[in-house]
Design a protein around this ligand. Sequence first.
Ligand code: HEC
Length: 119
Amino acid sequence: MRAGLPASAMIAVALAACAAQPAPAPGPASAPIGHGGNPARGLAHARENCASCHAVGAGASLSPHPLAPSFQTLADTPGMTGLALHVWLRSPHENMPQIVVAQEQVEHIAAYLESIESR
Ligand code: HEC
């Protein structure tokens, strides 16, 4: 007959203080914007929030709103970097309503724009 029970339960508590890295100070211009975003999420967000006026699909050029540039055009505009997008989406415009876009979403949108850049 064998002794079936493990004699001891060793508890190894190895809670090294988490090597937490201090988060870099958040600031609109401090991170390389457009590189942490997810293009698919950017497109999804754009479809929901921007597509009523902008043509958001890759290669699409006819925006529902005649004054709104297509996202393809934005993508191919040299100065339209993630940073420019941030600035744009946080300042008032004549014809585009002030839309509150979370920084995270801006990054996704910027990543999406980067992904459809045709140059
Ligand atoms: C209600 C219509 C409308 C919606 C919704 C809208 N836009 Fe616009 N957007 C415009 C118009 C019109 C312009 C042309 C510039 C102006 O306001 O005169 C514009 C311009 C822009 C520009 C600047 C282009 C340039 O040449 O500088 C960017 C960038 C932009 N939109 C991004 C977005 C994003 C991202 C969203 C979604 C989060 C969005 N827009 C939603 C109407 C809209």
